[in-house]
Ligand binder design. Structure first.
Ligand code: AMP
Length: 243
């Protein structure tokens, strides 16, 4: 059938299709202080929307667990609750996107955390003719954050999370599915939380203005229970039972 189409028209169509690659992707950014619920909501968003989940925190913890050079370099930074340099996290994000070019969109969890990172992310997406679709800001009081972070327990192999009061495992200290030991993240303690919160307010919170001006910021009351926040998110994204 293509013999009948003039070459210049075919080329024009190809060029137009190439320029549209990346368009229509749903890139969602999860935003908020430690303990706000980014991890909890990333679980159902990635399952229900098939998005490629990019958590810079998870990626850095994997580097530490593997004992890589990068892992050794960043271990102390994570334990203290400080920020890893912008180029390192950009490389992680760009690498994961490059490995998942066909994803229907990206779910960015814990990235960006500085204005510089936000600008780099915009540039990275622009290269793919794409952009951030929505920023979901989970706003919670310091009391809520402290309660959640200090009571959080994790099953390392699966990533399943528990809370000693809100969501206790069936057997104390053990994963419900495997019976293996649960662990506490080394930065999930009151001392690191002070630094993590200070870092959030000083370096990350300015992004609220950045995304507010672009009219893509959606704020949720994350002091509420997860199920209620989920319903609010579904309503904003027009998914699930809220359509
Ligand atoms: P998270 O799991 O998102 O709470 O991240 C855990 C830690 O990883 C943070 O406290 C930082 O030390 C580091 N980290 C994660 N994401 C970033 C980022 N976008 N920029 C700098 N450091 C990060």
């Amino acid at each position: 059938m293509f013999e009948k189409v003039e070459t210049y028209k075919l080329l024009a169509e190809l060029r137009s299709r190439a320029s549209r690659v990346g368009e229509g992707k749903l890139n969602i950014l999860l935003f908020g202080a430690p303990g706000c619920g980014k991890g909890t909501h990333s679980e159902w968003l990635k399952a229900e929307m098939g998005l490629c989940h990019i958590s810079t925190g998870d990626a850095l913890r994997e580097e530490i667990a593997s004992g890589s050079e990068l892992g050794k370099k960043v271990e102390g930074i994570l334990t203290r609750g400080e920020l890893v340099d912008d180029q390192t996290v950009l490389d992680i994000v760009a690498g994961k996107m490059a490995r998942n070019p066909k994803a229907p969109g990206y779910l960015l969890d814990g990235y960006p955390r500085t204005l510089e990172q936000a600008r780099s992310l915009d540039a990275l997406l622009a290269e793919k003719n794409s952009r951030i679709t929505a920023v979901l800001y989970f706003k919670a009081s310091e009391d809520t954050l402290k309660f959640r972070i200090c009571g959080r327990r994790i099953h390392k192999a699966s990533g399943r999370t528990y809370h000693v009061v809100n969501k206790p495992p069936k057997v104390e200290g053990k994963d419900d599915v495997t019976g293996e030991d649960l662990m506490q993240r080394p930065d999930d303690n009151e001392q690191s939380l002070v630094t993590r919160l200070k870092t959030f307010y000083e370096q990350t919170a300015p992004l609220l203005d950045y995304y507010g001006e672009q009219h893509i910021l959606n704020t949720f009351n994350a002091d509420e229970e997860a199920a209620s926040v989920k319903r609010d998110v579904q309503a904003v994204l027009k998914i699930g039972g809220q359509q």
